[in-house]
Design a protein around this ligand. Sequence first.
Ligand SMILES: *Cc1c(COP(=O)(O)O)cnc(C)c1O
Length: 463
Amino acid sequence: MSRSAHPAGPRHADVLPEGHYSAPPADLNALDPKVWAQTVSRTQDGVVSVGGLDVKALAEEFGTPAYFIDEADFRARARAWRTAFGHDADVFYAGKAFLSRAVVQWLHEEGLNLDVCSGGELATALSAGMPADRIAYHGNNKSTDEIRTAVEAGVGRIVLDSFQEIARVAHIAQELGTRQRVQIRVTVGVEAHTHEFIATAHEDQKFGIPLAGGQAAEAVRRALQLDGLELVGIHSHIGSQIFDTSGFEVAAHRVVGLLKEIRDEHGVELPEIDLGGGLGIAYTSDDDPREPHEIAKALTEIVNRECEGAKLRAPRISVEPGRAIVGPTAFTLYEVGTIKPLAGLRTYVSVDGGMSDNIRTALYDAEYSVALVSRTSDAEPMLVRVVGKHCESGDIVVRDAFLPADLAPGDLIAVPATGAYCRSMASNYNHALRPPVVAVHEGRARVIVRRETEEDLLRLDVG
Ligand SMILES: *Cc1c(COP(=O)(O)O)cnc(C)c1O
């Protein structure tokens, strides 16, 4: 596999001189199991396979670009999170990472719950048979229609995000003659990302109600007064692609502080604490995420310790991993179209997709790996930038990586760890047809989201 090469960016400015790239990997044909789905390997003839099917045959049958998701790996990761947290905690898969009806069924079968954040995600979940009481509904501006649909369906929790929403949900629940179970999302002033967290972050964001200035305490006061609401807990989500639990430690400390305040003021011990998602995965060989059981142990210890200190009964913990479950289970398969060596700079490799199927590189400067998967090669490594076919110079899939110098049009290359936030953020830019998602399992491939067609595009365009 070709390891992503890091240009000296802000993350490395302290250690590497400008323009320095990490050395090419020793073996361009190797596939690092950290970044590839569990059943991915090279067959005898050098072609990469997943779930027992080789990518040349898959490309022939389903076309490129396409996402291939390793169902066994998805189930294994979902189960690992579930068992790591045991029966005293709940795992909610964050549907926004990638949601389809097949995924909902896998989650249901593996005993996970589901987070949704829109009417569309809720409809997908319900249509695939996820029991409503195992669904939590998030979002900073749920419409009254969305709220009504969720309450009527009987969702397990609505996570309240503003003072207006507290009133709105209470009103709708009362109108419908029910009491809705809710959590209040608070912003604890912790912002975590990858290896760092900021414990004094400004609560300057659209999500949640700040702990600061007693705002969260006021939200709790109101929610406890309203007949339409059953307040069951406090929710906090501190960031994304987080590799260690120290940010959660500060967040839990502050949330437990609020639980204690609530107990002292209202005589109520709220039974639930939700620590959100944001657990990181390996996009390149340089990333070292922790295992679910390590995270579960650390988070449970943190919450229990904080509650002991505050003399509170330990609440039921929930977590909401999205990326950490689906991210590593899929790769995007592309065909190489053109190769443009720019002397003294780098070689541009154009593929048949781009920012329409993976916006994360353009949007977040995300790093990815890439490998030649339709054959092996003994050629020298060449520094490449993998780009898409869109009319936009920022249309980059992998900013810096090494591929073999004999790469040619028609070769298949694959970008691993594209299970999260790629298909779910895909667009029709340039009237691109969004790629299919194909689930591969024990020698069988099944389309779970089909490729868009020109008829799909034209159907929306009513002239
Ligand atoms: C996005 C989000 C998640 C999932 O984040 P991941 O990084 O995919 O784990 C969980 N909870 C909330 C509230 C979110 O907004």
